[in-house]
Design a protein around this ligand. Structure first.
Ligand code: UAG
Ligand code: ATP
Ligand code: API
Ligand code: MG
Length: 494
């Protein structure tokens, strides 16, 4: 039997109350459940306290803003109201205690771009070291055990349930993505971390956070709040915000493992040499130089690999063992993935660049591998940060020779309006070789048809995604598959 006291909610009245489940959604409450009535972005969860009580909630956890509604609903029933200043944090910790032990070693990574890549590389490194590992984030739970997820950082109840299930299935190591929404909503606060990483900080999600400061502060919650004091902070010092992150971590007395090209980095990238299938790296660890080879396209992937290596070392692995396995790392699905090659040699890459910085980084990353033109397909998602749209168009026009603007998950918005915002950004750079083709399949077909020997195509924005979200419908759509089919069709093979 689990009681409110067992969930860290002792000291409250009726702390011996038995709890049979936890949920954030009144509609999911079953008899004996703890209902987390949280302040939301649309409505306060306490608005649904009445429904939770009707469904048999044993307790309602809420804050001062939700107190009156919760007490009103509970009046005359056995439902206990538990009041706390930080209800989201309390709920995350309660969920951790309720669902039971997580895998013994957990690391998390935050930053605007690179979280999925870094966490996947951590899982691959651990796997090469014969450890039972998974990554958890945008692409679900992947590795020795897998599980689909709807969010990059799931709500705390799903997260703790999944972590406990992973542990029961033998998973000992987990690398997870900490999204800014997840950190802001304290979804990770019940997780015990050995190390946490910071990739970079550029524009995204201003629709939610409103200002750069609020977005940055949300991310810093990983280091100022979630990470325990004895854990290691692994920081990309090449990012303009890297030193700020380091100072924030120093103030908490965290051990810092700096990664980057500059001399302050303990894991220092000394040089990269690119060729058609990957790159040779020279790097140093605490003064000693190492050489390695990565079968990965794109200079930024070396930064992601260094950060992943730092996290795995920070979480206790032997550095030499880690460095030995780096040549075995493989492409992360939908991140600079070579989807197909035309008979004339022109390559088609699929990448998940969906921020201005990522569009620029991805296009610059393929430049050393291309002797001809770069054609870029770019679009922006609906119901997301609107201010990034022209900046994405601008980044595409500045870094590609031909730009095709197309749809990427318009969701509830008018697709032509989204495309127009991206188009304005591209047109601010130049007017030639900029095309606007709403239908994504047609855009890909047209782009593949343009490819001459020596050219390359980057299809940006959807990466691993397998659907195009139009309104509330999700239509099957997979950039890798569509691009491969277009190549086969235009080369006369189907
Ligand atoms: C903006 C945002 O992040 N919203 C998330 C948040 O909702 P909220 O608390 O703001 O919801 P609300 O609508 O105001 O409702 C308040 C509360 O009332 C409850 N409620 C509501 C209705 C009802 O009948 N009964 C009831 O109890 C809700 O469960 C909620 O707890 O908490 C909910 C439960 O955990 C999430 O499902 C929801 O994710 C929405 C669907 C979402 O789309 N989130 C995206 C933007 C997101 O989180 N993305 C990040 C970042 C991805 C990236 O890095 O690019 C991610 O980690 O995936
Ligand atoms: N270190 C990096 N620096 C800049 N851009 C990067 C870096 N790593 C990846 N990218 C770009 O960002 C895209 C998304 O990468 P990834 O999925 O790893 O990021 P993410 O942070 O998990 O994104 P999301 O916020 O959607 O979860 C890549 O396809 C690539 O274009
Ligand atoms: N995690 C990101 C993914 C964006 C991917 C892009 N294809 C889109 O739909 O905007 C977001 O939800 O903002
Ligand atoms: Mg991700």
């Amino acid at each position: 039997m689990v009681t409110l006291a067992d969930l860290g909610l002792a000291g409250q009245s009726a702390f011996q109350t038995e709890i049979t489940g936890i949920t954030l959604d009144s509609r999911e409450v079953m008899p004996g459940f703890l209902f987390g009535a949280m302040p939301g972005s649309n409505v306060h969860g306490a608005e649904f306290a009445q429904k939770a009580v009707e469904n048999g909630a044993a307790a309602i956890l809420t804050d001062r803003a939700g107190e009156a509604l919760a007490r009103e609903a509970a009046e005359g029933t056995n439902t206990v109201v538990v009041l706390t200043e930080g209800p989201r944090q309390a709920l995350s910790r309660a969920a951790a205690l309720f669902f039971g032990p997580q895998p013994e070693t957990a690391v998390a990574v935050t930053g605007t771009n690179g979280k999925t890549s870094v966490s996947t590389f951590c899982r691959q490194i651990w796997g090469e070291l014969d450890l039972a590992a998974v990554n958890l984030g945008t692409t679900g739970v992947e590795g020795v055990w897998s599980h689909p997820l709807r969010h990059t950082t799931p709500d705390p109840i799903t997260l703790q349930r999944v972590l406990a299930e992973a542990a029961k299935n033998g998973v000992t190591h987990v690398a997870m993505e900490a999204s800014s929404h997840g950190l802001d909503q304290k979804r990770l606060d019940g997780v015990v971390l050995s190390a946490a990483g910071f990739t970079n900080f550029t524009q995204d999600h201003l629709d939610y956070h409103k200002t750069f400061e609020a977005y940055f502060d949300a991310k810093m919650g990983l280091f100022t709040r979630v990470l325990p004091p004895e854990a290691v902070a692994v920081i990309n010092l090449d990012d303009p915000k890297g030193v700020d992150v380091m100072e924030i971590c120093e103030m908490r007395g965290l051990e810092i493992l700096g990664v980057g090209r500059g001399p302050m980095a303990r894991l220092q990238l000394l040089s990269q040499r690119f060729d058609a299938t990957g790159q040779d790296l020279r790097f140093s660890w605490q003064g000693k130089t190492h050489l390695t080879r990565l079968s990965l396209i794109g200079g930024f992937q070396a930064e992601n690999v260094m950060l992943a290596a730092g996290l795995v070392i920070g979480a206790g692995a032997d550095p030499d063992d880690v460095f030995d396995v780096l040549p075995h790392l493989t492409t992360v699905r939908g991140r600079m993935q070579l989807a197909a090659t035309r008979d004339n040699g022109a390559a088609v890459y699929v990448d998940y660049a969906h921020t201005p910085d990522a569009v620029e980084t991805a296009l610059q990353a393929i430049r050393p591998h291309v002797i001809g033109r770069i054609i870029a397909i770019v679009g922006a998602g609906g119901d997301r940060d609107t201010t990034k749209r022209p900046l994405m168009g601008q980044a595409a026009a500045e870094n590609a020779d031909v730009v095709i603007i197309t749809d990427d998950n318009p969701r509830s918005e008018d697709p032509a309006t989204i495309r127009d915002a991206v188009l304005q950004g591209a047109l601010s750079v130049r007017s030639n070789d900029i095309h606007n083709i709403g239908d994504r399949a047609e855009a890909i077909l047209r782009a593949v048809d343009m490819l001459e020997p020596g050219d390359a195509l980057l299809v940006a924005g959807k990466g691993h995604e397998t659907g195009q979200i139009i309104g509330t419908d999700i239509l099957d759509f997979d950039d890798v598959e569509v691009a491969s089919q277009c190549v086969l069709a235009l080369d006369g093979k189907i």
